[in-house]
Each structure stands twice: as C-alpha cells, then as structure tokens.
Design a protein around this ligand. Structure first.
Ligand SMILES: [Zn+2]
Length: 78
C-alpha cells in the first residue's frame, strides 16, 4: 500500500522527466542531422582550418587575423 502511494505520488514528476528527455533528445537529434546533411557547419580558420569562433578577432589556435569575425565586421579600427 505504501509502495503504491509512493509510485502514484511520483507519476507527475516522471511525466515531466519524460518530457524533458523528449525535448533535449529532439534538439540533439536535430543538430546531428543538420551537421550530417551539411546544412550546418562549424566556422573554421582559413589558415589552420581548425574550428574557431567568429566572436574573436584572431584564431585562438594559430593567432591569424579572421577577416569574417564580428570584430572586423563591426569595428574597422581596433
Ligand atoms: Zn587558425
């Protein structure tokens, strides 16, 4: 009887957890499918061709100036 009450009391939490798993899993599957199909690709450095961020003016691997970075687009003089 106590076990039954325990199981019933946790059903809403279990449903919520299941919904989280579906939401996060769906996002992961969507990202993996987009990367695999070539619809989405990581930005890579033109000099060392390693993945880097466009948020910074220079490549963090080789230090090369990134012409397509947000810094060079929005701030012509550093
Ligand atoms: Zn680089």
């Amino acid at each position: 009887m106590v076990l039954m009450a325990f199981v019933v009391a946790h059903i809403p939490r279990d449903i919520l957890e299941g919904m989280f798993v579906v939401a996060v899993g769906g996002m992961l599957v969507s990202i993996v499918r987009k990367v695999a199909s070539g619809e989405m690709r990581a930005n890579s450095c033109p000099h060392c061709s390693r993945p880097t961020s466009r948020a910074y003016p220079r490549c963090r691997h080789c230090g090369a100036q990134l012409v397509d970075s947000a810094w060079s687009r929005n701030r012509p003089v550093l």
